[in-house]
Every structure is written in C-alpha cells, then in structure tokens.
Design a protein around this ligand. Structure first.
Ligand code: HEM
Length: 354
C-alpha cells in the first residue's frame, strides 16, 4: 500500500481502498468479542511482504469492473419497466390516475422507462449505502464477501448509481423534447433548463421535487468521484467530504416520495419504500455506536481525545439516529406516510402532476 495514501477512504465510507486485491486493512485490529484485538484475523488479512504489488485502483479500472453489476441494474430496470408498462395498460397504475393523458403507452413509453431507471437508481443507491455502512461500521462475521470485494462492490455500485440517475433524468428530458411543440433546438434548450438547472422546472410539486433530485445528482458526482483523486486532495479531506454522501441518499428518497406517481397515494408500495429505510437507519446507528475506526468511538467526556464540541457532536449524532429509527417505526406502524388520498375510481380525474 503506498504509504502516502494511508487513511484514504472509498466511495461511501471511511474505509481505506488503494490497490486492487488489497485486503481492507483494518483501521484498528478487529476485536474478537473479548475486547482484545483479533490479531490472528489481522495477520490473516495482510498480504505477505513478498506478494507482487496489486494494480492501483483508478476510475478506469473501476469502470471496467462495473460492467457486471451495471448489467444487473439494466436487467432490473427492464423488469421494472415491464411491470410499470403492464400496469398502465391494465389501467391499475396510479401514474394514470395522477395524469390521465399518460394512458397512451405508445406515446409515453420513454416516461415509463425514466420511471424504471428512477427505481433502479434508488435501489442501487440503497445497496451502495448499505455496503458503505458495512465498511465503516461493524460487519457481520458471517458475511460471504471479503473486505476488498465488499469495497469494490461498493465502488462499482456507486458508479452505477450515478449512471442510473443520469439515465433517469435523460429519459425524462427525451420525453419532454419528444412532446414539445417547439423547434428541435428550442426544445433542447428549454428541456435542458427544466431538467438540469435548479429552478428551471416551474410547475406544481416539481418546483421542489426536481431541484431535490438535481441536488442529489450534483452532490453524488463530487462525493463519489473525488475518491479517484484522493491523493491530490488529501485523504482526510476526501473522508470528511465523503461522509456527506448520506445526504445524497436522503435527498433521493425525499425526491421519490414527493414526486413519484407510483407512490403518490397512501398504500403498501409507499409504505414499503419507508420500510426499506429501516435497515439503513439501523446500520447508520450501528456505525455510530461501533465505528470501525476506534478514534470515532464515543467514550466518556474526560477520556475523549478530541474537543468537548466534537464529543457533543458525536453524542447528538447517536441520539438523532435513534430518533430517526423511532420516526421510521411510527410511520411504518401507523401507515401515515405522507401519501395523498386516492380519489374514488369513478372520478373523471382532472389531476395533474402537482
Ligand atoms: C436531475 C435529477 C432528476 C430529475 C430531473 C428527476 C425527474 C423525475 C421525475 C419527473 C419524476 C416523476 C416521475 C413520475 O411520474 O413518477 C421522478 C420520479 C422518480 N425519481 Fe427522479 N429525477 C431526478 C433525480 C433522481 C434521483 C437522484 C433519484 C434516485 C436515486 C430519482 C429517483 C426517482 C424515483 C424512484 C421516482 C419515482 C418513479 C415512479 O413513481 O415510478 N430521481 N423523477
């Protein structure tokens, strides 16, 4: 491991990742349950001194490695698209309840494909956050993936999440251009502003929901990709910034619950989206309570190495994480999850997307 990179992180956690095939070096020797460091495990994970230096991790090498889970993401998108399409045809989709003109599948297939990419983006974001929290918090002993594999999967799923969000936004843009009455060039300009410029979309809930989605996308780019230049910006800076990737995830979920027409109304599907946030909240809490880096553990105020302000911040973080879990549980149990009430089926709906 190049010593000048010691302490560099990886796309969504505080772990170190520098060279391909290198074991995720324990930030501290792992404990074995007795409170003593598990030196046997630490020794096992170190490559022998004579082992050839593994290839460095670069954006290019990770892009190549992303092909497999990228294909899986495309397969999932295709399945979701088929389901959404079939629901529109069967007139059971709430997208059509919200926007009756969308019943024409032939005319609006790009919109449904954009929705499908939105779901795979959210699913991949979920997965990569879970992997990141497993890397930076306690990891189940029986996990079938080794540290380096977990890290690599975390990096490739992060890259694929960014690509899926782009596909989601681009297909939405393609749909707007397709139905625009403007000239091709005029439509391109207007659509670019509506889809990619915060504040450019000025109708209904989209006035808030679109900038929330854009914020997720624009934050995901630096917070994920700066990993590949971490030796230039400094591993500490990288790690400090990368922590905020959780904000990207929260914005993505907020955007979905606010704007997704398939989760527009109260019901099991919307509640399931909330339910999926429970494991993330639990892992986040565990990560705060038992961080992989010993320096991040919360000790008594007197024993804490940092300032009292840092200690208070860590304590507030833990209390907030418990609060999030309580709120999630309340939402899931009561089913009061912020969805709109579905209009009766015989309504001649005049709803639009606001
Ligand atoms: C430039 C950024 C973005 C734009 C312009 C955008 C646009 C949209 C639009 C127009 C919808 C409404 C579709 C419907 O009628 O249901 C939507 C829904 C959705 N978006 Fe985004 N979005 C962006 C970012 C994101 C991000 C970052 C994620 C998640 C990682 C995401 C995931 C979703 C999901 C899951 C839905 C629900 C689709 C459905 O109900 O079937 N979007 N987005």
């Amino acid at each position: 491991m190049p010593s000048n990179e010691a302490g560099a992180g990886h796309p969504a956690s505080a772990g170190e990742s520098h060279t391909e095939g290198e074991e995720h070096e324990p930030r501290v020797p792992q404990e074995n349950g007795t409170g003593a460091p598990d030196l046997a495990r630490s020794a096992l994970v170190r490559p022998p001194a004579s082992a050839p230096a593994p290839a460095p991790v670069t954006l290019r090498s990770d892009l190549r490695a992303s092909a497999f889970d990228g294909s899986a993401a495309l397969a999932v998108t295709a399945v979701v698209f088929a389901v959404l399409y079939a629901r529109i045809e069967a007139k059971t989709s709430s997208t059509v309840t919200v926007m009756p003109f969308m019943a024409d599948t032939g005319a609006f297939w790009m919109y449904f494909l954009s929705q499908a990419f939105g779901w795979s983006a959210l699913l991949w974001a979920w997965g990569t956050v879970v992997l990141g929290l497993l890397l930076s918090g306690p990891r189940p002993a029986r996990l079938p993936l080794s540290g380096p594999r977990l890290e690599r999967l975390h990096r490739t799923t992060s890259l694929n999440t960014i690509a899926l969000i782009f596909a989601h936004a681009l297909l939405f843009a393609a749909e707007l251009i397709h139905h625009s009455k403007d000239s091709w060039l005029g439509a391109l300009g207007t659509t670019f502003v509506e889809v990619f410029v915060p504040g450019g979309y000025d109708s209904g809930t989209g006035r808030i929901a679109i900038p929330v989605g854009q914020a997720a996308l624009y934050l995901a780019l630096p917070l994920g990709l700066l990993f590949y230049v971490r030796h230039r910006i400094g591993p500490r800076t990288w790690r400090a910034m990368h922590r905020f990737v959780l904000v990207v995830y929260v914005l993505s979920v907020w955007h979905t619950l606010l704007y997704g027409t398939n989760v527009w109304y109260d019901g099991w599907f919307r509640t399931t989206v909330w339910l999926l946030q429970l494991p993330i909240a639990a892992l986040f809490l565990m990560r705060l309570l038992r961080p992989a880096r010993r320096s991040q553990r919360l000790r008594g105020l007197g024993e804490h190495p940092g300032s009292p302000a840092g200690w208070s911040l860590r304590l507030v973080g833990r209390v907030a994480a418990v609060g999030i879990m309580v709120v999630l549980l309340a939402v899931i149990i009561t089913g009061r999850d912020g969805g709109r009430v579905e209009p009766p089926p015989d309504t001649t709906s005049t709803h639009n997307h606001d």
